[in-house]
Design a binder for this molecule. Structure first.
Ligand SMILES: NC(=O)c1ccc[n+]([C@@H]2O[C@H](COP(=O)([O-])OP(=O)(O)OC[C@H]3O[C@@H](n4cnc5c(N)ncnc54)[C@H](OP(=O)(O)O)[C@@H]3O)[C@@H](O)[C@H]2O)c1
Length: 224
């Protein structure tokens, strides 16, 4: 295990943020699950740590402000709360890598469909709200259920979108801290439009085939 890293997760009390936080804590990271209500985050973190049986002791709860004060930050709120959440924390997020796992999705007649944010993706939307931060997109396609169960073996590619190399490298390091995940640089934030819009497609596949599919790209060289 490498040197301990630290990350805060905004909206970390939901299944997606909690699951990712659990995986990173199991990899030795210090993780703050952020919430609009610190007590809720505390409760969620305590129960996750207890369920992990000593495998994720670096996980704790806090406010979204505490999460935003960590060196790296993940946004895991619903899409319609994401921009306001980060706007309120703009000062603390200045200069940091902010990883958006936010998908804008709706359901039409039972089918999952992508909503298209005005800037093309939620990652680009958050970058617009946070001009002084380095917003990246990642983790969009990982099912929260699998993330949140440390006994489940992960085997998936995570498509990473980033406008600058340093932010991309930091995000890839976060991805690859989790056993079973391979980070793949998928382009700039312009590519986040397609990456985010793929999520409802995967959800529809899951519904049709009663499955939990993962993205795996064939043909990538082992050394990248
Ligand atoms: N679920 C998945 O499998 C999955 C996988 C990959 C990516 N994602 C994406 O990750 C994000 C989180 O997914 P989720 O299923 O964990 O969502 P969620 O449970 O609906 O929301 C996560 C947390 O966000 C906070 N929140 C709710 N409404 C908010 C608002 N209006 N403003 C600010 N905070 C709010 C809540 O925490 P507090 O009440 O404690 O503040 C909630 O526990 C979504 O954008 C989703 O598309 C989900």
């Amino acid at each position: 295990m490498g040197a301990a890293q630290a990350v805060g997760i905004l909206g970390g009390t939901g299944p997606a943020g909690r699951g990712l936080g659990l995986r990173l804590a199991a990899a030795g990271w210090e993780v703050v699950l952020g919430s609009r209500a610190a007590e809720r985050a505390d409760e969620v973190a305590r129960s996750a740590v207890a369920a992990a049986g000593g495998r994720a002791d670096g996980l704790r709860g806090g406010t979204n402000e505490e999460a935003a004060s960590q060196p790296a930050v993940v946004v895991a709120t619903p899409y319609d709360g994401a921009a306001a959440t980060v706007r309120a924390l703009r000062g603390q997020l200045e200069g940091k890598v902010v990883v958006s796992m936010v998908n804008a999705i709706t359901r039409v007649a039972g089918e999952f469909q992508a909503l298209l944010p005005v800037r093309g993706s939620m990652a680009a939307t958050l970058q617009g709200v946070l001009p002084g931060s380095h917003v990246t997109g990642a983790f969009h396609h990982l099912p929260a259920g699998a993330l949140g169960d440390l006994d489940e073996i992960l085997d998936a590619d995570v498509l990473v979108c980033a406008d600058d190399d340093g932010a991309a490298a930091a995000t890839l390091a976060m991805v690859e801290a989790v056993p079973g995940l391979r980070g793949v640089r998928a382009g700039t934030l312009a590519s986040a439009t397609a990456v985010e819009a793929l999520t409802p497609v995967l959800l529809n596949v899951n519904v049709r085939y009663k499955a939990h599919v993962a993205v795996r790209l064939a043909g990538l060289p082992a050394e990248r």
